[in-house]
Unconditional design. Structure first.
Length: 288
């Protein structure tokens, strides 16, 4: 006989499944914020745009964030690993165009959980503790920075007060500030390169491309050699592009290649061939 107290209980089976969780944060983020908050936020937003685009490409879903920390769920471990690899390759390309002190490196970890809900609860608690510690550190850094700014302002005010009346009456110097002109097509482009093998099969891989002042470059991990592959080229005034490739064949042998195409409206398309005559084509879309 059924226990009356249990008649109202939900007897539906609990769904259990494996969830692949990707965790990422920026190494030394608090220190970078303390040195230059505006610059750090600007660089972080650019990196996050690349991060988010690649997450979409590999069916990742962000389910929690805290400052620079990111938690995302993937339908499979394979897609999570591939996404993490290409994120690091794309961000390495962005960092190569930044001064050493401004380079921002993401730490990425991947793990499996029996339940996405359990993983979310556990990581939310961890993020909360992490965020509390960061807020305490940021408060100390902000207090120190404000004290330094107050000291500098006091010094400036003292110097201004010591100027003579004759100095005050002299006409101020004129300065001409040239406006910074950055071509509209500059930025980071996300896309894929694809090779057509002799047997007709197509192999594609993600590549982050950087365009800066009529020059383009890319670096990505090779699947067939420990050394990375590279692309480097230039953009003509009419939008035509040409670049060379350095990569590796499936046997690990070094290859070169050439590609040409066009850039415009935030898109770049190119085609060409490797030195072993294997065709290659690529398409990119700007993220920032």
């Amino acid at each position: 006989m059924m226990d009356p107290a249990a008649q109202g209980e939900d007897t539906a089976p609990v769904e259990r499944r494996l969830a692949t969780i990707l965790m990422a944060d920026v190494f030394g983020y608090s220190c970078m914020m303390g040195e230059d908050e505006e610059r750090t936020v600007r660089i972080f937003r650019g990196h996050r745009a690349v991060f988010d685009e690649l997450l979409k490409m590999y069916r990742g879903r962000i389910f929690n964030t805290a400052g620079d920390a990111i938690l995302a769920e993937f339908p499979s471990a394979v897609e999570a690993v591939r996404c993490a690899t290409e994120i690091q390759a794309a961000l390495r390309t962005r960092n190569e165009h930044l001064p050493e002190a401004q380079r921002m490196w993401f730490r990425i970890g991947i793990k499996l959980e029996r339940s996405a809900a359990a993983a979310a609860e556990k990581e939310a608690k961890l993020l909360g503790e992490l965020q509390s510690a960061r807020e305490a550190l940021n408060l100390a850094e902000t207090t120190k920075r404000k004290a330094e700014q107050a000291r500098r302002l006091a010094s400036v005010a003292q110097n201004a007060a010591s100027k003579t009346a004759g100095d005050a009456q002299s006409p101020p110097p004129l300065h001409t500030v040239a406006a910074s002109q950055t071509p509209a097509r500059d930025g980071t482009y996300i896309g894929r390169m694809c090779s057509t093998n002799p047997d007709g099969s197509v192999r594609c891989w993600g590549v982050g491309l950087t365009v800066e002042r009529d020059a383009l470059s890319a670096t990505w991990p090779s699947r067939f050699n420990r050394e990375p592959a590279h692309a480097k080229g230039s953009i003509a005034a009419d939008g035509s592009v040409s670049f060379t490739l350095d990569g590796y064949s499936q046997s690990g042998r070094a290859l070169t290649g050439t590609m040409s195409g066009r850039i415009g409206d935030g898109k770049l398309a190119a085609s060409g061939a490797w030195s072993n005559r294997v065709p290659i084509n690529a398409n990119w879309v700007i993220t920032q």
